[in-house]
Design a protein around this ligand. Structure first.
Ligand code: ATP
Length: 230
């Protein structure tokens, strides 16, 4: 579904990633695991068009995204939950979530919100609270729900476990596993390999902008990943 080939991203004279290739098959949950500065966010930002691509190709269902303006990429069926969550703190939980569904009419928005509330029940109980007063785990749920509210075919999650207590990691992991049952294709990044490998089906290890290894999560969980990354 998503095919990245020979991707190179530079910031001025700094090469953050060179000739990186990976694929995300339809319906799978693919994890990109790597340490700080490995290039995970650069990859996600290249997909959504927030950083320019120096070389290479990013195809979603055969459509070359690098030729599409960033503001039109969400329309290609991409939902994005950023590193650090970036909820709008003074807006209500409901308005945050529906920011991703602003093109829909009120009735359809209500339906979308109701469906997302079955996934994250706190959306129902905290709908009218300012998002800024929520815990980190709840804000992460808001950010993921906002990304899902446009009903994307590809969901990008940039470090969804970052800074969260185990209880929240567990709840968000359950939700991510549920996405697979719903047929949503996921590409997520994480520094925390252990919980990430529990929710994914395939994975890649990234270091210094290069893919060190790719495979099923069972393959990655083995000794090689422990040596090279953990
Ligand atoms: P983190 O977990 O810290 O977000 P990451 O794996 O997402 O790390 P990136 O943020 O993609 O890594 O960074 C990859 C490399 O690119 C790093 O060397 C980083 O310093 C560099 N880099 C990232 N953004 C910029 C920028 N705006 N200007 C210059 N260099 C950058």
């Amino acid at each position: 579904m998503l095919e990245i080939s020979n991707l190179t991203v530079r910031y001025g004279g700094i090469t953050a990633m060179s000739d990186l290739s990976l694929t995300v098959p339809r319906g799978e949950t693919v994890i990109l695991v790597g340490a700080n500065g490995a290039g995970k966010s650069s990859l996600i930002n290249a997909i959504i068009g927030m950083v320019p691509v120096a070389k290479g190709s990013i195809k979603l269902d055969g459509v070359e995204l690098t030729k599409i303006a960033p503001y039109n990429r969400a329309g290609c069926g991409i939902g994005y939950s950023p590193e650090g969550r970036r909820v709008f703190p003074t807006m209500t939980v409901r308005d945050n979530v529906l920011a991703g569904a602003s093109r829909l009419g009120r009735a359809k928005q209500n339906q979308v919100y109701e469906k997302l509330s079955t996934l994250f029940p706190m959306l129902a109980t905290r709908a009218n609270d300012a998002a800024g007063i929520l815990s980190g785990g709840q804000q992460q749920m808001v950010a993921i729900a906002r990304a899902l509210s446009s009903s994307p075919k590809l969901l990008l999650l940039d470090e969804p476990f970052l800074g969260l207590a185990p209880v929240w990691i567990q709840q968000i992991s359950d939700a991510i596993r549920h996405f697979r049952e719903e047929g949503i294709t996921v590409l997520m990044t994480e520094q925390m390999a252990v919980p990430a490998l529990k929710v994914a089906t395939y994975g890649y290890v990234i270091r210094n902008g290069h893919i060190l290894r790719g495979g099923t999560v069972d393959e990655l969980r083995g000794a090689a990943l422990a040596e090279e990354y953990l």
